[in-house]
Design a protein around this ligand. Structure first.
Ligand SMILES: Cc1cc2nc3c(=O)[nH]c(=O)nc-3n(C[C@H](O)[C@H](O)[C@H](O)COP(=O)(O)OP(=O)(O)OC[C@H]3O[C@@H](n4cnc5c(N)ncnc54)[C@H](O)[C@@H]3O)c2cc1C
Length: 404
């Protein structure tokens, strides 16, 4: 391919695309435009080891500056792209600089879903999406501080665990009837609820936040039933919304994300997209999906990069996710929608078990708690659609791969 490739968004997908483009032999001009001033960095530690102070900022970087120099990738950091003109094939930045592209890759990620209740903008209310927000949150964490976490999903619970480890008194308010209810089986929710309780975290289910109150900064969270939870600071983790404004304003098709085909191509033939910002059809699952995970951003970026250079690679992977809470590792592979049977393999009391989601004899998804062996086996079994015997799977003494 001749000409300039411009990537917008210096996160997981953007950084990976640079690597793949050069590996695949692309020799021409390569520019990465990123709104953040930091070198492209990993987000998962922001709620884990970066927040706890165990990891320095430089350890978050995917690559050092030298990598970008060696790969002749021009980094334009600290400048958001504000306008995209697909007809002229140009991108305008906030300082009015303009870049012309021959191929464009949008890796815009997602933004935190915001609360809209009274008091939601009070100082002391935190979100956790980027390094700046994580650094601001870090300054609030101290032994004895009362923190209310709104949202019992991955990010809320990881943040709760980190704050508790550092001596805060933590309350998690979750609207649903169990934590992580959209992403794990009830047995896994119960296991993690018990782990959080063991570390002194109060989890309140069915809690609907009505207002945040305080004079100069947040002092309490008030729920719809009138219950008030005193807080020195609040962390909100109620989901993310795909970043689509730039694409939408340019006339690209958007619908819960930037609409791409299985080749990661948007509705404009010269523009591709990858990562949290995309909504892509999955041949395997027969429907469109918007996933938020490192694996998805990494794989889509590779696919998009190959296709931008003339390939015709279909992105059709079995997704996987992870979460770390205290010393527990949760690994999930596959998607459980459509399952008609749940099998718990092993005893949750032993703190190492798996939950298997079956449709007939097909394993659709597996959630492994401190059990990387089952997780690794399941990746292969799910990808290859191996038929298993759910009754034998129930017996943890039989290796998963042999439970046919
Ligand atoms: C706290 C936290 C913990 C997480 N933990 C896990 C985990 O344990 N496991 C897991 O699989 N995933 C985890 N994730 C999710 C994972 O980090 C994301 O799925 C992944 O980073 C997505 O990569 P991306 O490149 O699509 O977007 P991002 O990495 O979010 O990067 C998008 C970049 O685009 C930039 N940008 C947006 N608009 C513009 C613009 N107009 N101009 C220029 N730049 C722009 C943004 O500033 C950002 O730097 C976590 C996320 C967070 C926030």
């Amino acid at each position: 391919m001749n000409g300039t490739i411009v990537i917008i968004g210096g996160g997981q997908a953007g950084a990976q695309a640079i690597d793949t483009l050069r590996r695949e032999g692309y020799e021409q001009r390569l520019v990465l435009i990123g709104a953040e001033t930091e070198l492209p960095y990993q987000r998962p530690p922001l709620s884990k080891k970066f927040l706890s102070g165990e990891l320095a900022t430089e350890r978050l970087w995917f690559r050092h500056r030298a990598f970008y120099d060696e790969h002749r990738a021009e980094l334009v950091l600290g400048k958001a792209a504000t306008r995209l003109d697909p007809a002229a094939q140009t991108v305008q930045l906030e300082d009015h600089d303009e870049w012309r592209y021959d191929r464009l890759l949008l890796c815009l990620g997602a933004g935190s879903r915001r609360l809209s209740c009274a008091g939601c903008d009070l100082p002391g209310v935190h979100y956790l999406r980027d390094l700046g927000e994580a650094s601001a949150l870090r300054t609030e964490i101290r032994p004895g501080a009362r923190v209310v976490v709104v949202g019992g999903g991955y990010i809320g619970l990881e943040t709760a665990a980190t704050c508790a480890k550092l001596g805060c008194s933590v309350t998690v308010l979750e609207m649903a009837d169990r934590i992580m209810n959209r992403v794990v089986a009830p047995a896994v929710s119960s296991f993690f609820a018990a782990e959080h309780a063991k570390h002194g975290i109060e989890i309140v289910l069915g809690a609907r936040v009505a207002a945040l109150v305080g004079k100069d900064r947040v002092e309490a969270v008030v729920c719809a039933d009138g219950t008030e939870y005193g807080a020195d600071f609040v962390v909100v983790g109620v989901g993310a919304v795909a970043t689509t404004e730039l694409a939408r304003a340019a006339g690209l098709a958007c619908d819960n994300g930037i609409v791409v085909d299985e080749f990661c191509r948007t509705s404009d033939p010269w523009i591709y997209a990858a990562g949290d910002c995309t909504n892509q059809p999955s041949p395997r699952y027969g429907r469109r999906m918007r996933l938020e995970s490192v694996d998805n951003a990494f794989e889509q970026a590779k696919t998009a990069a190959q296709n931008m250079l003339g390939g015709s690679v279909v992105h059709d992977r079995v997704p996987w996710f992870w979460s770390d809470q205290f010393d527990n590792k949760l690994l999930i592979v596959g998607l459980s929608q459509g399952a008609d049977r749940l099998v718990v393999r092993g005893d949750p009391a032993g703190r190492s078990f798996s939950v298997c989601h079956f449709l007939g004899r097909e394993l659709l998804a597996l959630e492994a708690i401190n059990h990387s062996k089952d997780y690794m086996a399941a990746r292969k079994l799910i990808a290859e659609r191996v038929k298993l015997d759910p009754d034998r799977v129930q017996d943890p003494s039989i290796p998963l791969k042999d439970a046919t």
